[in-house]
Design a protein around this ligand. Sequence first.
Ligand code: NAD
Length: 528
Amino acid sequence: MTIHRVLVTDSLAESGLEILRAAPDIDLDYRAGLKGEELLREIARSDALITRSGTAVTEKLVGAGNRLRVVGRAGVGLDNVDVDACTARGILVINAPTANIMSATEHTMAMLLSLCRNIPEADASVKRGEWIRSKFMGTELNGKVLGIIGLGRIGTRVTVRARAFGMRVIAYDPYVADTVYERVSAEKVSLDQLLAQADVITVHTPLTDETRGMIGAKEIAKTRDGVVFVNCARGGIFEEQALADALNSGKAAGAAIDVYADEPPGKANPLVSAKNIVLSPHIGANTIEAQDRVAVQTAEMVIEALRGSIFVSAVNLPFEGTAEAETAPLINLAEKLGLFTAQVITGAVTRTAIELWGIEDRLTKILSIAALKGLLTPILSTSVNFVNAEQIADQRGIAISSTTHPTPRDYNNLITFRASTEHEEFCISGTVFSEKNQRIVSVNDFRVEFEPKGNMIYAINRDVPGVVGKVGTLLGDREINIADYNLARTSTKGKAMAIITVDEPLDLETLNFLRSYREMEQVRQVKL
Ligand code: NAD
């Protein structure tokens, strides 16, 4: 069993540490607060690093991590991680983006309710010894119109909760399908309609070039008098001065804000002194449950990644999202096609092409990368993985192309991988029958059917009688067990190909003996 050393340099919830301690192949080094030279020394001995925001994962740190394969950020933001430096070294960067969505959703509701019922001021007043009930006149949510900008994970959850409070929800998100609105019973509107109709406007978009300053003076002017604003998403989506002006002039009845353009906001921030505003210090994700979930998800994914899985929430994988487990056999097959090719082709590969039949388009990229990973792994000393395979191929001047055919050909699914050097082209195809049933079905012009697994001999010979017998005798004499002998012939070229699966790899002398047969044109050993 390979033991992976995991260095944790920030405090991590006990639930995550327990998972790391319980894994038999993980050697946990929990060193919260580790810095400087000691950190550089320890990183050189580690296979994975888990941090929160306390450790700057810089190019220098990553450079010192000779064995480092995974960086786990126990949280969402990656401000402290140099993702590009990690990508260049093939280091997977994992975060836990979904761990806090429920906490952020609930915080949005908490902030809105606090604002509508003046909870912070009422609390402070009672604690001062006052009893002025008339001062704290609130408003109900029931019957009001909530305008949601950004109908993603949090926006949809806020919708469901707001509807439970009796609100009518209208939403603006130009990037989601109508079914998303329907599923949560939000009415789809334009931004202008939302601004004009909503009693409460809450933003749940990421901060992008498009959303930065999305709600400024011009937009606020289009809203109802007495509108209420909420931002528990990202600072900067509202223009802070424009929002403060609207509050101070009475145009807006209130605002509840968790996030700021600059954090901490400081006394000069106009929101800090604005009227009718409830503020919190970016605590949307701060719950025991979210912190637990972050720690658990990060620990689990780091372990999975160290064990070789790519089905993790990595931010620097060159394909979208996480692949589902059902696609694993196809990905694995593509990698084996590349690996097989690498072991039989001679010379520098300059071009590769992957062709897919009966396989969803969205898998093209991942399968192409898997084949490249297989092709490059046996020839490079640096670790090749799903993060850097494409980049390495590009650096090595390998042109990559892909074609997909929606209809199946001969098999329910088929992957063909071609690699060309200046002198030859090698082409291999495979299919997946069921989860554990992969087959190579053609190699160049030869139709075959063998399982891509174990130690194999790939032999091309002139198609004359007696070759099989000679090979069998030689291997028998040397006590090498043949598990499978696949033979294929081409009628046109008078050639035969054998794929012989053996229990253990052949030594060089036996291989050379095989190569010395007159009939043999090519003998290669392949390990998959
Ligand atoms: P998400 O990616 O699931 O959803 C974002 C949605 O915004 C998407 O549906 C997208 O289509 C939409 N969108 C993007 N650009 C848009 C535009 N110009 N106009 C309208 N809609 C647009 O994200 P999420 O997990 O729901 O998170 C939402 C926000 O909450 C993010 O900014 C996230 O960083 C923030 N957040 C804050 C806290 C906190 O501590 N306060 C915690 C968690 C998340």
